[in-house]
Design a protein around this ligand. Structure first.
Ligand SMILES: C[S@@+](CC[C@H](N)C(=O)[O-])C[C@H]1O[C@@H](n2cnc3c(N)ncnc32)[C@H](O)[C@@H]1O
Length: 323
């Protein structure tokens, strides 16, 4: 198994192998765009999600970029993709951010000086002092990174959670924004390759304009899992209602009146069912939308469904990252 430094060397060598007909930063940008799209499309190609408009749009975008390159160059793109996935299988690092900085592919005039990974790690350790308690209280740790760069702060946060025995793949969600298209794609590639749940946005945090919001496959799978839980919770409520309608006082009909049992009466009489029904699914992009400054946002969002801790903590558990 190659080490990360060796994988980085191979990546840079492959990047340099592109003919001189292409400008290096254009090659890197095009590769970032195509690699990020490939990771987004995986669940569709696996048949886990029906192919929709987003799928078609991104396929077209991919083909648009790819056609500028020869078959040999496309093979080199596939090699870059493989090398970066292998590097993220090795563990937590800002693999792409460091390469971009070393190869001077960042936009310094746009303030792109990425924080060294070890500094990110120190900050993450200080920030997530007692991650397990947060998960037990809230069900999920949610983190916003308004200027993500290559995603180093988020990657270090995930590593800090693992060091506390919390699996970030099922217990943390990240909302990342960057105004630079390359940074948007770098963050997406690295978080998707590490199986982290995130919505990554290409947008301007200061003006609150978002040009694209893309969920990682992990968030989509988690959302699918939680929707099943929401459905089960609803069905359990329905069963409890039929087994013991008295427990739902509002449902009981007036003296002598025909007792009509409807889901509405269930919804109105069973606050728990109401709450579950109303809770937005975790996948709804707007759930992560930066708060409208005029809108008062509830500080502590109550967990929608009490997730069975051992099951959630071990949801993607076979081979825990970093153990
Ligand atoms: C100094 S870098 C830090 C990146 C990352 N947080 C880190 O610590 O490595 C700042 C990042 O902010 C992005 N940025 C600058 N202005 C922005 C804006 N208005 N909205 C979103 N991102 C912005 C830049 O593209 C750059 O990637």
């Amino acid at each position: 198994m190659s080490s990360v430094p060796q994988l980085k060397k191979d990546f840079i060598q492959t990047l340099h192998s592109f003919s001189h007909s292409h400008n290096q930063s254009t090659v890197f940008s095009d590769w970032l765009e195509m690699a990020a799209i490939s990771l987004h499309q995986l669940p569709y190609h696996n048949g886990d999600f029906p192919k929709d408009e987003t799928f078609a749009d991104l396929e077209a975008k991919y083909t648009e970029r790819e056609k500028c390159y020869t078959p040999e160059e496309r093979t080199a793109f596939a090699k870059l993709f493989g090398l970066s996935l292998m590097a993220h299988r090795e563990g937590f690092s800002d693999f792409l951010g460091e390469i971009a900085a070393e190869q001077e592919l960042l936009n310094e005039r746009g303030g792109q000086f990425f924080t060294p990974y070890e500094v990110c790690k120190m900050m993450a350790k200080m920030t997530f002092a007692d991650a397990k308690a947060i998960v037990e209280e809230k069900g999920l740790i949610t983190v916003s990174e308004p200027a993500s760069g290559g995603g180093a702060m988020v990657i270090a946060s995930a590593e800090a959670l693992v060091e506390q025995g919390v699996d970030p793949r099922s217990c943390a969600q990240f909302d990342c924004i960057d105004i630079s298209r390359d940074a948007f794609n770098m963050t997406y590639i690295q978080l998707a390759a590490l199986d982290l749940q995130a919505v990554v946005r290409h947008g301007n945090t200061l003006s609150n304009e978002m040009w694209e919001s893309r969920p990682t496959p992990q968030l989509r799978y988690f959302d699918q899992w939680i929707r099943e839980h929401q459905q089960i919770a609803r069905l359990e409520q329905l069963r409890d209602f039929f087994v013991n309608p008295e427990a739902f006082p509002a449902a009981s009909s007036q003296e002598g009146e025909e007792e009509v049992i409807t889901t509405d009466s269930l919804e109105t009489s069973a606050p728990q069912a109401q709450e579950v029904a109303e809770q937005p699914s975790l996948f709804e992009i707007d759930t992560f939308a930066p708060a409208d400054p005029t809108e008062r946002r509830p500080s502590r969002r109550k967990a929608d469904v009490t997730l069975p801790q051992p099951e959630q903590l071990d949801l993607f558990g076979q081979e825990r990252q970093g153990e």
